[in-house]
Design a protein around this ligand. Structure first.
Ligand code: UDX
Length: 433
């Protein structure tokens, strides 16, 4: 099939590349000429495991091309994906200026029937707005479909190629059939393409992400409570998670959720509620609890050092909001670093992928180490913010030798409590006494 993708951010690029992988002819459109030039030369502009292999293969096969011309993109595709940014407004709602701006142009430019697919995470009712914006000028038939993505950073290619489900909000038989044909190769395993109305599809995305963020936040509160009563959240988690109604996943407590989706989506759903006179009390609590959880290690660190962090050197492992990404948006590490610096501590950090991004944001306020052990030289403590694989089974003897004292504050519960005791570490984590 002929597909165009408008916007080559994270979602657009993964969508375009994976659709080319199943034999579709895909044209990706972006207004950033320099980025388009780099992609034409085969350079993947984001870090996402496995994307580079697919990218190169499909460019070489001529199935994946790039342009800055919206008109060219619209002429090419029968199905047009909108994968445009929906940044958070000051009041927490999603800003639709990019989506509606392009919709306006689409109306002027389309010459024959198109299915316009909204892939961006947008508030309920956006498909109606997109429809109206296109209809203002359109001289040909078109349908607007909502098709939210459920891609996890770090696993986006796998999630796209083998989705648990695909949600399509469409009230047009013609558009529905085209979407089913497009997605058929991805659901050969029998996983469903769930067809519903546009508004329900739009809400499904917000509801799913807000539910997962709530699940994590609930566990973070249980972890905080465990610390008061001397219970071990790891045991509670396993005890709870084995009930299939609860499930084992997304029950891991830590220093809060971050990233580009959960924080933004929870706030946007909360704001949508407010706009319609509905007070989402749960989401309000989730937002507040998560904000506090990001710095949950700070009181522990302060207490250990007798309330004075001035001149203390902290070695920090993990800057990305989660492993397998260089994304630092809403990363707990940034909030922890901010508190540590305010308290007069010095920070030397290491992250396998995200150091450049943090350096761009924080400049010289912290130091970066070329390797994980380098961050620990002469440090008073190690603080762990992201559960990268390389941090899971480190050389504890080396850590002890490098640190002034064997002290670890772990925001991701990576190590065994009894093992750490045996090794002689002062070890504090989340919700485990
Ligand atoms: C998420 C959704 O999973 C995806 O479906 C959606 O489309 C985009 O948002 P992503 O933000 O890439 O994906 O990361 P995810 O792996 O879901 O983790 C989100 C956050 O929750 C991270 O900060 C992670 O550290 C945290 N988390 C996750 C926990 O604290 N505990 C858990 O048990 C799971």
């Amino acid at each position: 099939m002929k597909v165009s993708v408008i916007g080559t951010g994270y979602v657009g690029l993964v969508t375009g590349t994976c659709l080319a992988e199943t034999g579709n002819e895909v044209v990706c459109v972006d207004i950033d000429a320099e980025k388009v030039r780099r992609m034409q030369a085969g350079e993947v502009p984001i870090y996402e495991p496995h994307l580079d292999v697919l990218f190169e293969r499909n460019i070489s096969a001529g199935r994946l091309t790039f342009t800055t011309s919206l008109e060219e993109g619209l002429d090419h595709g029968d199905i047009i994906f909108l994968a445009l940014p929906t940044p958070e407004d000051e009041d927490g709602s999603a800003d639709l200026k990019y989506v509606l701006g392009v919709a306006d142009d689409i109306g002027r430019l389309i010459k024959d029937y198109k299915v316009i697919v909204d892939k961006s995470t947008v508030p309920v009712g956006t498909s109606d707005k997109v429809h109206a914006a296109i209809a203002k000028n359109a001289k040909s038939d078109f349908d607007v479909v909502s098709n939210p993505e459920f891609l996890r950073e770090g696993f986006a290619v796998d999630d796209f190629l083998k989705p648990e489900r695909i949600v399509v909000g469409s009230s047009s038989q013609r558009a529905t059939e085209m979407m089913q044909k497009l997605y058929k190769p991805f659901v050969r395993s029998g996983n469903p393409v769930i067809i519903m109305d546009e508004k329900s599809a739009e809400l499904t995305k917000y509801a799913a992400n807000s539910f997962l963020a709530t699940k994590i936040t609930f566990m973070n509160e249980i972890a905080n409570f465990c610390e008061r009563v001397g219970a071990d959240v790891d045991k509670v988690r396993i005890g709870m998670g084995t009930d299939s109604r609860i499930g084992k996943r997304f029950l891991f407590p830590g220093i809060g959720y971050g990233g580009s989706c959960f924080p933004k989506d929870v706030k946007a759903l909360h704001k949508s509620g407010k706009d319609t006179g509905y007070d989402f009390k749960i989401l309000d609590s989730v937002i507040q609890v998560n904000q506090k959880q990001k710095t949950a290690l700070i009181p522990k660190i302060e207490k250990f050092f007798g309330g004075d962090l001035k001149g203390k050197r902290i070695g920090l492992w993990g800057l990305a909001f989660k492993p397998e990404t260089d994304d630092i948006r809403e990363a707990p590490s940034l909030y922890i670093i901010d508190e540590l610096l305010k308290a007069g501590a010095e920070v030397t950090a290491f992250d396998p992928e995200a150091m450049e991004n943090v350096q761009r944001k924080l400049g010289d306020s912290i130091t970066f180490a070329p390797g994980m052990y380098g961050a620990l030289e002469d440090a008073d403590a190690l603080v762990i913010c992201t559960e990268w694989g390389v941090f899971r089974n480190p050389n504890f003897t080396m850590i002890k030798e490098l640190l002034k004292e064997p002290v670890i504050f772990d925001g991701r519960n990576l190590y065994d409590l009894s093992e750490m005791k045996e090794l002689g570490f002062h070890y504090e984590s989340i919700g485990r006494g």
